[in-house]
Design a protein around this ligand. Structure first.
Ligand SMILES: [Zn+2]
Length: 128
């Protein structure tokens, strides 16, 4: 039998991959069917009240990797003072320079990789 290379199957098979350490909190990765943000369907959410990253279970592997990393980035950018309240038209904007944004995002990615060596290897170094 061929082992699935889908990132969600890898995470479900390995409890060590089911948590994201962002330093100030550890987020649990939770899979849902029919995930919504407000009244709209969506592929992922990052819940700062419950410390959970929710992922739509029915995503192909490549966009699944991007969606999970997208939600992880939300958690890290919140930590860096770049989170915003609200969604859609009500979303609060964060204004910054290109240099400040680059410093913040590069440091956030380094922190993610250092605090989550196994998850970052599976998520960013592998494909499928
Ligand atoms: Zn987002």
């Amino acid at each position: 039998m061929t082992k699935s290379n889908h990132i969600f199957d890898k995470i479900k098979d390995n409890p060590k991959l089911q948590k994201v350490n962002v330093g100030w909190a550890t987020f649990d990765i939770v899979f849902k069917k029919g995930l919504k943000s407000g009244s709209s369907n969506c592929w992922g959410t990052c819940d700062f009240d419950t410390y959970q990253i929710h992922l739509e279970d029915k995503i192909e592997s490549a966009p699944a990797r991007e969606t999970l990393f997208h939600e992880i980035c939300h958690a890290y950018l919140e930590l860096c003072g770049m989170g915003g309240e609200g969604e859609g038209e009500d979303e609060e904007y964060v204004y910054t320079s290109n240099e400040r944004l680059t410093i913040t995002v590069s440091r956030a990615i380094m922190m993610f990789a250092r605090l989550n060596p196994e998850l970052s290897k599976e998520l960013l170094h592998e494909q499928g």
